[in-house]
Structure formats: structure tokens, C-alpha cells
Write a protein that binds this ligand. Structure first.
Ligand code: AMP
Length: 630
């Protein structure tokens, strides 16, 4: 086990991490044994005939692979107040809500103290690696960065120059590496865009909320203080009942404590971009509040008003300084370091569905490094980012072998028409953590200490290498296909790449895609893909038609292009929506209980997700049909 939440010795955390990852297979066996012993009395496990066996072989033979759907009857009994040991030995008293943006509605997943403990262990591990010192040496022809046995060889990275520029290595004139920059943070504060989502009681009296279970846990503050990551905003702001008012006050607190802010963070990068887009709208109001020492009347929640009035004192100098800085920026480039001169980095999950926000985030960040946070879910954490210097595009997550029991369903490699590898799951026979192969793509199966056994998380990862004997995973995509009409199959990643390609055309006119989603329209034969775009300004019909054609051409999956050519799939349609439409979608999810810090824009809206589809449809201002295959 790693350190206690309150005590935190970075060297010890790294040492333990190295030792756990060196013997991952043994650690996995022990972890499984612990989980099965602790929950031996659970009805679910008893019904599967394990009869006290805790070895991986018996576990795999007796316990089926499941998705959330199969566990729902059990979860709903718990929610409805059945306190018998259903999924776990000790009764579950709290439920988490996953964001559920893929399915259209949040899902309940059991939460307990062990999950809080593993959350803090994951945070501690990546923090230790961000703050620890890196030794370096030079071999004959390649550069190694060595950190307590971890050898990171640049030659294994395809874009070495990008990596080198990001880690800011300094070269002597002799060509020798002198030092590698680190990310140590001293005593200070974090500007964290975190929000305690609504907590409510289920019918059976269980507490339920989204990620705020972590923020509400007794040890959270102590743990974050030890990680020097305490939020500069008071609890009343974090747990405020109105997300917009909380966001406004997070920004205000950040400005009041601007000298102390050591880094800017959120759980997912979307919240940081959302916060600074909001800053662009409200900065003058923020300056007025600081100048007068008086909070705007737009903040009405009494608890937030009371706490902010204690922090806010008239400070015309600060107001002028911020005003001058804002006025001096060109299109808000480098806003974050201007506002927070001592910030060392921006921190939050930046991979997967967050990648589309990287461009905007880099724009606000200027020269500040972007560090992706760890990899996990409401169901539990999976891996830590122990190579913080890698830019998000190259980030990997090292699986923590003691926080859950992990299996991997191999996705069989097939060749697509372009001779490139394409991955398809044909036989869901999972392999163990240490049996995965470098280069392979897998769907993750998780067994956690809170009642999920052989649970298909729905994420696809790629094994990029090993840290000692535990794999380093790159997040690839959600496993479900996003767009599919005929023999075509396009994933979230394919959509993202198509949008990126078409957005380049917009960028030539200094416009950007603020957010996007998609839909398969089967209302007319043949069905066709619809892409919804919110853009940052007015674009000409000519340019948008070009973007539409580019989107259509950018789906390179052979099933799609063939179907398009023979008109089994109709022309792709680009629908441009009014400014603020994606904010309305966010508001809708917040109303369902999703936490803003956990929010992921739904990248494909199914007909069953009728409210979101209606929001999009009601806000369409123009539409374009592709002529790319005419
Ligand atoms: P939630 O269920 O709302 O807690 O969200 C969890 C999901 O977010 C995971 O299953 C992933 O799909 C995604 N996710 C979490 N961490 C990362 C990460 N580091 N990179 C990419 N996607 C992530």
C-alpha cells in the first residue's frame, strides 16, 4: 500500500510505486485475493460458485464479463435501500454518477472508502513524479532521462524534437545535456475549476453525486494540502448550488490570489477552456468587483456571497493591473500566465475526448506546459501519468497494479483497405495485466473494491510499453462505434480527426470550432452523417460548404467511402448551430446530475437522446450538404 492520505513522502511513494510495478503479476494476484476475500459474503459472488477460491483462473472461470446493464438490477436494489451484502461485503452507502455522456444519461456506480483511498494514491503517485527530481546521463548516441530506474529513451518516440522542445532540455555547447526542467510546486494554491455537483438521496436513502464524492470525502482536504494542491476557492464556491456563479467566483478567487496560484487545473480539460472562454465575457465585471471590493449582483447564492464578501477588499491597483494585462493581449493568447505569473503548468485530463480542446488550451496557456492528469473513471482509477513531461498527444498512463484487478480484451488486428491496422474485437477472451503486448489495442475490464467484477468499462487503450512489468497505456477511444449506417464504422477518434481537418479551413479565416457533435440521420433513405458545429464567428456559405466536403472526405474508413460512392450512405450534412448551443447541452446534463468538472460533450447523439437532439436541431442556423462524392 502506498502512503496514508495525510502523510506524504514523495520519495517513498516513488519507491513503492517502482516496487509494485516491478512485480505486477504478484501484486495483481494479491489484489484480486484481497477484493474477493473482503467481499466473499456478497450475494453476487456467492451465486457464481467461487466457493472461497480467489485465484485468477477460478475467478475467470466462474465470473462472467459484464457491462453496466447486467449489474443494474443489483445496483438498483442497493439504491432502493436493500442493505444486505449484494455486490460487496460491507453495504454500499454512496453512489457515484458517471457522466454518462456516451449513453445519454448518467449511470449509478457504487462508491466506497477504498475507492477514495485509491483516488488519493493515484493523485500522490503522479504528483510525486511531477515534483521529483530527474537525473540525467548521456549514452553514446541517445539521450536518457533516468528516474530511479525508469529509463525513458527518446529514440522510441516518433516525434523526438517535439518532446525535446516540450521538456526544455538545455544543451551545453559541447552537446551534452545539462538539465531537464521539472514541475516542482511550492507552498501555494491551485486555481481548480472543481464543482461539487448536486448531492441527493436515492429512494433508499443512499447519498449520490458525481465526482464530488471525492471532494466531499473527509480526507480530501488533508490529501490535497499534502499535494500542495489546495484550491484557492472556499468550499462555498466549490459546492455552490449554481455552476455559473461558482465559476465566476473561482475566477475571482484566482485573481485575488493570483501571485500564489501555482497551477491551474480541473478534472477534464474542457472545464478549463470553458472557464477562460467565460473569462473573456466577464473580465470587466471581475475587474469592477475587485476595484470596488463589492461582489456583482449577478452572484445571488447567499453562502457564496457571504464567503466572497470576506475575501473581496477594494483593490484598484489589482483591478488596473488585470485590466491592462487583458487589454495588452492579442486575441487572449497567453492569458493564463499573464493572470497567474507564478503558475508552473496547466493540469487536467487532456487525452481522449479532451483532445479537441488542446488547441484552445494551448492558446490560453502560451508557453506554460500542459500536463495531462491521470486515467480513471467513476468506476475507479486505472493508471497514473508518471511521465509528466510528455505532451498530451504522447501521454501514457501506467496501470497501478494494486488498485484493482485488470484484464484486457484483445482487439484483433485486421488490415484496412489502406494497409493500415484496424482493430476489431472477435473473441472477448481477456488477458492479464502483464500478458498484454506492446502495440496491441485492448478493451479494459476492471474488478474494483466497490462491487464491480469483470466489468467492461467501454474504453479502448493501446499498450505503448512497460514501466517495469506493468503496461503503459495510451487512451484510444470509447469502444462503442460512433457513426455506423451500413458497413461503415467510424469512432470518436475518426470524427475528431475529420473535424480537425475541416477546422483547418476555418482557421485560415481566423475562426474556430467551439464544439461539435454528430448524429446518424436515418429519417430518409439512404441514411447520412450529420455533423453539428458551433463556430466562433460568421463564416461564409462558400467556406462552410468547403468544410462540409472536407468532413465527408476525411472519413477514410473503406466501409464509409465505398458506401458513399454507391450512395448507400447519403451526403454528409454539416449543420451550424447558434452560439451558446453547446452551453445549453452542458446545462441539460448538469440538470441530470452530471458534474461540470466531469462533463464530456456527447460526440454522437442517438435518437433516444431526444432532448439533446432537440437542442441541437432547434438551434441550427444553416446547413450544408456535401458534394464531395457527387
Ligand atoms: P466518468 O465515467 O464520467 O467518470 O468518465 C470516465 C471516462 O472518461 C473513462 O471511461 C474514459 O472514457 C474517460 N477518461 C478518463 N480519464 C481519461 C484520460 N486520462 N484520457 C482519456 N479519457 C479519459
Amino acid at each position: 500500500m502506498l502512503e496514508n492520505v495525510e502523510e506524504f513522502d514523495m520519495d517513498k511513494v516513488i519507491e513503492e510505486f517502482e516496487s509494485l510495478t516491478e512485480d505486477a503479476e504478484r501484486v495483481q494476484r494479491e489484489t484480486l485475493k484481497r477484493i474477493l476475500e473482503d467481499n466473499a459474503s456478497a450475494e453476487y459472488l456467492q451465486s457464481l460458485g467461487l466457493n472461497g477460491r480467489t485465484d485468477p483462473e477460478s475467478f475467470k472461470a466462474c465470473v462472467p464479463l459484464v457491462t453496466h446493464r447486467e449489474l443494474e438490477p443489483y445496483i438498483y436494489r442497493i439504491i432502493d435501500g436493500d442493505t444486505s451484502p449484494i455486490l460487496t461485503g460491507k453495504p454500499i452507502t454512496t453512489m457515484s454518477l458517471s457522466s454518462g455522456t456516451t449513453q445519454g444519461k448518467p449511470k449509478y456506480v457504487p462508491w466506497n472508502d477504498e475507492l477514495f483511498e485509491t483516488t488519493m494514491q493515484t493523485y500522490q503517485t503522479s504528483f510525486a513524479f511531477r515534483n521529483s527530481f530527474t537525473e540525467k546521463r548521456i549514452s553514446e548516441d541517445s539521450v536518457f532521462l533516468v528516474r530511479k530506474g525508469l529509463v525513458f529513451d527518446h529514440s522510441s518516440i516518433s516525434c523526438a524534437s517535439l518532446v525535446l522542445s516540450v521538456i526544455k532540455v538545455t544543451w551545453h555547447s559541447s552537446g551534452k545535456l545539462e538539465k531537464a526542467s521539472e514541475f516542482p510546486i511550492k507552498n501555494g494554491k491551485a486555481l481548480s475549476f472543481v464543482y461539487g455537483s448536486k448531492q441527493f438521496q436515492t429512494k433508499g436513502g443512499l447519498a449520490a453525486s458525481a465526482t464530488s464524492n471525492v471532494f466531499r470525502s473527509a480526507g480530501y482536504k488533508c490529501g490535497m494540502r499534502a499535494l500542495q494542491s489546495l484550491s484557492c476557492s472556499p468550499d462555498e464556491v466549490i459546492f455552490g448550488s449554481d455552476v455559473f456563479q461558482s465559476l465566476y467566483c473561482h475566477l475571482l478567487c484566482g485573481l485575488i490570489f493570483r501571485e500564489e496560484v501555482q497551477f491551474v487545473s480541473s478534472t477534464f480539460a474542457h472545464s478549463i477552456v470553458h472557464a477562460f472562454r467565460t473569462f473573456e465575457q466577464v473580465w470587466e465585471e471581475l475587474c469592477t468587483d475587485i476595484r470596488k471590493g463589492d461582489l456583482t449582483n449577478n452572484v445571488t447564492v447567499p453562502s457564496i456571497r457571504m464567503t466572497m464578501s470576506k475575501l473581496l477588499k477594494p483593490n484598484p491597483d489589482l483591478a488596473n493591473l488585470i485590466r491592462n494585462k487583458c487589454m495588452g493581449l492579442s486575441n487572449w493568447y497567453g492569458l493564463i500566465p499573464e493572470l497567474f505569473p507564478n503558475a508552473k503548468y496547466i493540469y487536467g485530463i487532456m487525452t481522449g475526448s479532451m483532445e479537441p480542446y488542446l488547441k484552445k488550451l494551448r492558446h490560453y496557456a502560451g508557453e506554460l506546459p500542459l500536463l495531462t492528469a491521470d486515467y480513471g473513471s467513476s468506476e475507479g482509477w486505472i493508471g497514473a501519468n508518471v511521465n509528466p513531461k510528455l505532451p498530451p498527444e504522447f501521454a501514457t498512463y501506467v496501470v497501478l497494479p494494486h488498485i484493482g484487478y485488470f484484464e484486457f480484451i484483445p482487439l484483433t488486428e485486421l488490415e484496412n483497405s489502406k494497409g493500415e491496422p484496424d482493430f476489431l474485437c472477435v473473441d472477448p477472451q481477456p488477458v492479464g495485466l502483464t500478458e498484454v503486448k506492446i502495440g496491441g489495442e485492448y478493451e479494459i475490464v476492471m474488478t474494483n473494491p466497490a462491487g464491480l467484477y469483470r466489468y467492461r468499462l467501454g474504453d479502448v487503450v493501446k499498450v505503448m510499453g512497460f514501466h517495469n512489468s506493468t503496461p503503459e497505456l495510451k487512451f484510444i477511444r470509447r469502444s462503442s462505434l460512433l457513426l455506423n449506417i451500413n458497413i461503415d464504422k467510424n469512432t470518436e477518434k475518426d470524427l475528431q480527426l475529420a473535424v480537425e481537418a475541416a477546422a483547418k479551413l476555418l482557421a485560415e479565416e481566423k475562426l474556430e470550432v467551439v464544439d461539435f457533435s454528430s448524429h446518424v440521420d436515418l429519417s430518409k433513405e439512404p441514411g447520412h452523417y450529420v455533423i453539428f458545429w458551433e463556430i466562433s464567428g460568421e463564416a461564409s456559405a462558400e467556406l462552410l460548404s468547403e468544410c462540409c466536403n472536407c468532413l465527408d472526405k476525411s472519413f477514410v474508413d473503406a466501409g464509409y467511402t465505398t458506401s458513399r460512392k454507391v450512395n448507400c450512405i447519403g451526403a454528409l450534412e454539416l449543420r451550424v448551430v447558434r452560439s451558446g448551443t453547446f452551453q445549453k447541452i452542458l446545462d441539460h446534463y448538469l440538470g441530470l446530475g452530471t458534474a461540470v468538472s466531469q462533463y464530456k460533450t456527447p460526440r454522437c447523439v442517438a435518437p433516444s437522446n431526444s432532448v439533446v437532439l432537440q437542442i441541437l436541431t432547434d438551434n441550427v442556423v444553416s446547413n450544408y450538404l456535401s458534394t464531395a462524392f457527387s
